[in-house]
Design a protein around this ligand. Structure first.
Ligand SMILES: C[S@@+](CC[C@H](N)C(=O)[O-])C[C@H]1O[C@@H](n2cnc3c(N)ncnc32)[C@H](O)[C@@H]1O
Length: 324
């Protein structure tokens, strides 16, 4: 069950100081309004802030059994989007289940015919967390992410659009068993292994959950990069931003990934930063007064506080590669 969302000053700083310049830049570069796919929450603070750049919203909101009307948040989200005058569809249930079944709890089909330019996967719990599905509590987030990226491939074939941005926010904790598999994987790169060593990720406890921002940084990059490469998507990751979420004690980690889908015939996605490039970028920290490099220097040497400087070279190369 997702935790009820309340806006807070650090979240606002992430939206306004970090995400907004990136979204405005891509909106200008790509010359289009975005189709938004994600989790706006009942008050739709993000949609309200970025309404000028959005033409359509595909939103997901789960029932909350703690409320006298479990569907109150879903109704409120629909009401807010209607008031904003934005074309929208709100799907009821866990996003993961709706994506995998391609229909929501009411049986409404998830039918998207336009390329999704912007994902805002603003989860309240961990990337390894479980959701309450009709078949019980399940960890479906990885499967859903993979399905979303595969779905983009289908849309690319149908529309020839290729560029999109993914904002992904997760609780800054992980289930040890998932990280054990990741660390034991024969394909774990040498820079990643060295980084995990440096951030004090080892030894892991036998089970349970753990908080280690450095390990989560490396893990998220590795799984997302693998899923994106699986569909021949070139990607550039900005440094993750850590902040304390709504309930005051919730450490969150926010990722921004700019992606370009390439022809299936292209052998390898071009113009990607390497794993070492990404790990070198220090995790940032958002406070009420702004964004700065994290005080823990093990989380990367290079402090990048201007997201646009990072992105400009990528956008130039993607354009010259002829992407639409
Ligand atoms: C962090 S809040 C959204 C904040 C919003 N994007 C913003 O910037 O203000 C996430 C919202 O999505 C819902 N939610 C979280 N995880 C979900 C999931 N897996 N499926 C469906 N709804 C989810 C929560 O109930 C909450 O209302």
């Amino acid at each position: 069950m997702p935790t009820a969302f309340h806006d807070n000053p650090c979240k606002r700083v992430v939206r306004e100081t970090w995400d907004t310049p990136v979204l405005e830049y891509l909106h200008r570069q790509w010359g289009e309004k975005f189709l938004y796919f994600g989790l706006p929450g009942p008050q739709a603070h993000d949609i309200r802030l970025w309404a000028e750049m959005i033409r359509k919203v595909f939103a997901f909101e789960d029932e909350d059994q703690r409320l006298s009307d479990p569907r109150q948040n879903i109704a409120e989200l629909r009401r807010q989007l209607t008031l904003l005058g934005i074309q929208h569809a709100v799907f009821c249930g866990p996003l993961e289940e709706v994506v995998l079944l391609r229909k929501d709890r009411d049986g409404t089909p998830l039918s998207i015919e336009e390329f999704v330019a912007w994902f805002n996967l603003d989860f309240c719990n961990a990337i390894t967390g479980r959701v309450t599905t009709q078949g019980g509590r399940k960890c479906l987030r990885f499967e859903a992410l993979r399905a979303i990226i595969a779905f983009q491939r289908e849309l690319y074939r149908a529309t020839q659009s290729s560029r999109f941005i993914m904002l992904i926010t997760v609780h800054d904790t992980f289930t040890v068993s998932e990280i054990r598999k990741f660390i034991a994987s024969p394909s774990l790169s040498q820079p990643t292994a060295a980084f995990i060593e440096r951030v004090g990720g080892l030894p892991l406890p036998r089970s349970g959950t753990r908080h280690n921002t450095g390990v989560l940084k490396a893990f998220m990059f590795t799984i997302l990069r693998e899923y994106l490469r699986g569909q021949n998507v070139a990607s550039r990751f900005l440094p993750p931003v850590a902040y304390v979420g709504a309930s005051g004690g919730s450490p969150m980690l926010h990722f921004v990934v700019v992606c370009t889908m390439q022809e299936e015939t292209t052998a390898q996605p071009v113009d990607e930063q390497t794993v070492a490039d990404f790990l070198r970028m220090r995790v940032l920290r958002a406070t009420e007064s702004g964004i700065e490099g994290h005080s823990d220097k093990r989380l990367g040497r290079r402090v990048v506080t201007d997201p646009l400087l990072e992105l400009q070279s990528f956008a130039r190369t993607a354009k010259s590669a002829g992407s639409s």
